[in-house]
Design a protein around this ligand. Sequence first.
Ligand code: DGL
Length: 270
Amino acid sequence: MAVGVFDSGLGGLTVLNAVSKRLPDVPFAYFADSAHAPYGVRDADDVYNLTCKATERLWDEGCDLVILACNTASAAALRRMQESWIPKDKRVLGVFVPLIEALTERQWGDNSPPREVAVKHVALFATPATVSSRAFQRELAFRAIGVDVEAQACGGLVDAIEEGDMILAEALVRSHVDALKRKMPNPEAAILGCTHYPLMQEIFQDALGPQVAVYSQANLVADSLADYLERHPNMHGAGENSCFLTTGDPAKVSRHATQFLKRKIDFAKA
Ligand code: DGL
């Protein structure tokens, strides 16, 4: 009964950490497409093709349900996958909707018309591909009215995190927050719309100030997955083992993953 978790690289580990704490009896197969990261500078076709390939690899591990723990893939590929590619006995879920439901104070599956919500000024930090897809604004518009979203594409940040260059990553976070504040001086909420960014959450919070509520996805996705598996117990899949797979250099990816999660992680070649 394994569930697949996919990201272009290490960012999805923030989601993996939360889902494995929330569901300790479920084995998770993690796939990092490190050889092709970052996805955030690729075009939609490229992201779609890479994401389908990674998803198939997780199906081969016995995962009937795959979580795209990657906003870029969720934004640029998920809808197309769901419309025409995923077989009937498999499911692929993204990470956007649980976050937007939390921001708009909705329960899962509440499809009532869009309504006014408490937050009016929201900063979105995400990869260039996620920002240009406008997927976040589209999903938000289904649920809320009157919310002003200012998006900041955080070029370079995923590369710095993947390389473990935390000094550069911090400098980039501060400069992207400054750029956002020039466009929207007083956001009430900030969305970390890339699963790599929670690894820098304290720096985002510090740069934004304590008055800004920072939303990140890991715990929201974990709650939503637990809820989904309760409603769909048949989607646990046949796989029995947790594993970590990468298309990159397993030694390097394991070293950085161990540094981020503060526990030993051993990646194998995908
Ligand atoms: N963690 C991915 C996301 O949530 C990173 C994308 C990338 O590889 O640029 O968007």
